[in-house]
Design a protein around this ligand. Sequence first.
Ligand code: BGC
Length: 319
Amino acid sequence: MALGICGTDREIMAGSYGWAPDRNDRLVLGHESLGRVLKAPDSSNFAVGDHVVGIVRRPDPVPCRACGAGEWDMCLNGRYVERGIKSLDGYGAERFLLEPDYAVRVAPHLGMLGVLLEPASVLAKAWDHIYRIGQRTRSWQPKSALVTGAGPVGLLAALMATQRGLELHVLDRAEGGPKADLTRALGGTYHPRELPKDFAADIVVECTGAPQLVIDVLCGAGGRNGIVCLTGVSSGGRLLPFDSGNFNRSMVLQNDLVFGSVNANRSHYESGARALATADPAWLAGLLTRRVPLTDWREAFERRDGDIKVVVEFEPPGS
Ligand code: BGC
């Protein structure tokens, strides 16, 4: 039905990330999928017509302890593969074949919005880990969350913050427009370009990977006992001044914690699917700012003003 386009796809197109399957010099792109079941084994829980999303990662062949436990998102040896990213063709095709264990059903009322499940799964994992990590102290009761970056990942992080009853703050470089409106529609406060002086949140979810913003977040946006979760994959090579002594001092004296989070396992896709199913569909629709038919797929990779999530739409087979 549809394929979501993200920064990872653009990096693969630019040749700076991604791996073609063995003995092949081409990789079919696409890891943010949405399909309609055409055929399913009787033994599976799927029926013709179900809307499904394909899980991106597959366990490494060893498998390591994490992959062996179904936690391929935490793979220990890096030999995992990812559809559309690492050594396995992606979902950017009119038809794709999916092992039932790696298919996740999405609520049919979401229609096209089901394509948001893959990015939602990545955030569902981040939030799952934030709350597990928070349990390091019995008295932990987070009240506020800051999300940096109001792209699709940031806005889904923001949605999940409000679903957890947190006071939401979103920082983005856009002065206003749909990102600010979507933040306010969640009941959150939108901060264009900078945060108020002495701002601190109990939880920070960094969703840009922008090197300077990452430093700013590490050095100040988290409150005491704060948890900072980094989700943006940045490209290296840019050196910036960083006061590591001060960083260390405040980390230690405030019991702060910073961790990274990538990918998602089946349980995170399932919680992501619940998060989408209970969200306001009109709000989710605000994230899908551009739908491009397959024939014009190149346009989907162009960056245009006002873009949040761009999707390539597929015609039903046989039409
Ligand atoms: C995908 C993840 C993947 C990561 C690293 C992201 O764009 O959403 O599923 O693990 O890239 O390859």
